[in-house]
Design a binder for this molecule. Sequence first.
Ligand SMILES: NC(=O)c1ccc[n+]([C@@H]2O[C@H](COP(=O)([O-])OP(=O)(O)OC[C@H]3O[C@@H](n4cnc5c(N)ncnc54)[C@H](OP(=O)(O)O)[C@@H]3O)[C@@H](O)[C@H]2O)c1
Length: 342
Amino acid sequence: MRIILIGYGVVGQNLTRIFINRRAELFNNYGFRPRVIAVVDRGGAAVNPKGLDLERLLLSKREKGTVAADSKFGKPGASAIEMIESLEAEAVVEASPTNIKDGEPALSYIKAAFRTGKHVVTSNKGPLALAMPVLTELAEHNRVYFRFSGSVGAGTPFLEFAKRCLFGDRIIFIRGILNGTTNFILTEMVERGVSFEQALKKAQDLGYAEADPSMDIDGFDAACKLVILANWVMGKKVTLKDVSIQGIRNITRNDIESAEKEGFTVKLIGSIGDKLEVKPTKISKEEPLAVGGTFNAVTFVSEFAGEQTLIGRGAGGVETASAILRDLLDIKQKLAARVWPE
Ligand SMILES: NC(=O)c1ccc[n+]([C@@H]2O[C@H](COP(=O)([O-])OP(=O)(O)OC[C@H]3O[C@@H](n4cnc5c(N)ncnc54)[C@H](OP(=O)(O)O)[C@@H]3O)[C@@H](O)[C@H]2O)c1
């Protein structure tokens, strides 16, 4: 499979490491031979239609800061759109930064890939949160696969669990902790008795929260993931503007202590029922959803199988890269079985 990789940061580099380390296994077990023919970062691109040497690529990125600096295959200043439109490839892996204002530049990359008949795997929530119904229709129209497992729960297969394991059932309600940073902050407030500000500072020192933590603590990150779940798992045609969002900025020690006294704990819960909502919620400490630290957890309530909760790490470069690999394998298997895009 010829792949154009857009974005060569934590996730993109981890994906190529997996390709290097699992080369034989991927071929022997799945008949999968990924051939990365172009990689794009902010400096430009590295291109080789026969397949780039991935070890050399990692080295060039580490030593020179950009893949475009490669003396033989580098193309300084080349754009992702140029690569997508001019190269022949089966798939585009999109791992550029998330932007929830207009979804760009990823939104244009994904549309260009569809337009040129390429399957797309992305870990980027932005375009999905803002335009998922349109994007899934566009993919169908162009008869290509569109996969995004890493965008919710990183390596934890929340999307696949709901879609595949509960196949034939009807999921009627979803609720979950979809953001590890806020879960860490709330857990610190409970376990260490610290204030919101102190817990946030610790999350930032440990690299769990950004310098501008708004995306996490104001609930937008969780809301984006809720939109993806609602569309993919429950067939709702919704975007970010359909979610009622309240973050954890105003949670005080008092809120935490009074919940504790009643046997509850406060979590930032996203739920999908008649409406989509993200808000701090008191839940019983006995609930499977009451996980601590940076964990994510989602409870699926289905008509026949009842309630299941899946728990796992919600972030991490290698975890997210593993979700991208699963998506690529899924596409490869569907193509091999001549199952056309649904
Ligand atoms: N890391 C995680 O744990 C995780 C988990 C789930 C989902 N995700 C999502 O996965 C995506 C990638 O995350 P990441 O952690 O790998 O981010 P990252 O380390 O910041 O890497 C982003 C990459 O995109 C490149 N880039 C920036 N602007 C670009 C543009 N206009 N066109 C093409 N490439 C551009 C950057 O280039 P330079 O290298 O030149 O700066 C960098 O290589 C994001 O959307 C993120 O939200 C990440």
